[in-house]
Design a protein around this ligand. Sequence first.
Ligand code: NAD
Length: 497
Amino acid sequence: MTTEQRAPMEAAAAGPTVARMVIGGESVDAADGQTFDVVNPAIGRTIATAPLGGREDVDRAVAAAQKAFEDRKGWASWAAGKRGRSLAKLADLIKKSSEELAWLESRNVGKPITGARGEVIGASLVFDYYAGAANKIYGQTIPVSKPGLDLTLREPIGVVGLIVPWNFPLLMASWKVAPALAAGNTAILKPASYTPLTAIRLGELALEAGIPAGVLNVVTGPGGTAGASIAAHPGIGKVAFTGETTTGQEIMRLASGNVKKISLELGGKSPNIVFADADLERFAKESPYSVFDNAGQDCCARSRIIVERAAHEKVVELFADATRNVKVGDPADESTEVGSLVSQKQRDRVKDYIEIGQAEGATIVVGGTAPDDPALADGAYLLPTVFDGVSNDMRIAREEIFGPVVSVIPFDSEEEALRLANATPYGLSGSIWSRDIGKALRAAKALQSGVISVNSNSSVHTEAPFGGYKMSGIGRELGMAALDLYTETKNVYIDLS
Ligand code: NAD
């Protein structure tokens, strides 16, 4: 069955074709009535329209969020446990709506339905986690040098702006919205313009869960206008952003006007270090998914395989074989592992990198083209691509491609492996494969990255901190660490004399 034949079934689950923003508890159009098309990149067709929000809409959302924050009987004043119970209800509603949300995400991003289902459940677990965390945000009593009592209070910041990317729209929104609301803030969420649909549904479900109007507002629209207005707005006390490093730098500049608190989750060029003593079969079986999942559009993608020369040939052979078995196809097909990229523009960008790699002298071992299945001709597909003969100074090894492309780079010593791995302005993620635990731990300590896994593809857990070193970001999301991003600490000294 093709995507088109399946369309009526999907459409039934796809929600409205005219999406509206959520501001102050109302479903609203953009102030000037403008809209933009939301496209399913797997078939190249428009599936919805959404409001083209701008500065005026951000002003409206900030006013609604301020009103909700300042309400003396409102969200910020609720007992923390009561806020937690609302977040738990929202987690439940996400779970109950998981099929609808997963189809929305799959059709909007072009990602496989099975992956989208996992992400929706992941988002509900994030809300569950922060539902439980809401009444565990507490300060300290500090033995200061004077005889009085010194204590700290953890307080919400106020109105926070949350700007998220298109690769994992609902999941990235949950990483920000859940801790921000648990701490008592009110929020404006801005999804990427490619992918506004699940964010809008999240805003609607929050209202259904009993979260008061104005606590979670969703403004859709372009980064350069709606996003920039959030970053610069004097009524917003903090901005949390996930996206490209260059956009993060612009947000820092925009946020400086009122010295906003900032947290940034940015790009990556993560290493996958394979020592010759590793379980090479297991590495090769599992690791294609560490770079080709989500069509490589993953900030944690292990896009550089840094392999000990003694195992180089074997690793390339095993990894290439495993890559040929990755199933690329229609996102609606339950067996598909890699779907479409998010847009034709993104596919063109990745294709340019494939040409750059060839011009730089690297060799394509697998992939490098679109699939030849005519049923996929209208989508933004690309086959998982493995480059061998790469050196770390090539552009394909230095720049974030954000597509299904991996570079294999050999090394001769542990020291060289770590030097190559760290020779990047990024520092988000990375994996180490070895049976020698001492060597693996030395490498884990030496890597300048925020999230590292040993003999495993992934190091992302709801309960554990996530974030980047160097130009991969500022701050740590997830776990209890995220609550630091959404609270102010107030020190109070009481003279007891
Ligand atoms: P992007 O930077 O283009 O856009 C991200 C968001 O910022 C979107 O909502 C966009 O509309 C908005 N935006 C764009 N320009 C803006 C501006 N001037 N002011 C305010 N907002 C603006 O990124 P993308 O293409 O959507 O996402 C891909 C990037 O995100 C990759 O670089 C990837 O590595 C990164 N990413 C990082 C993480 C992480 O946790 N570190 C997670 C996912 C994605």
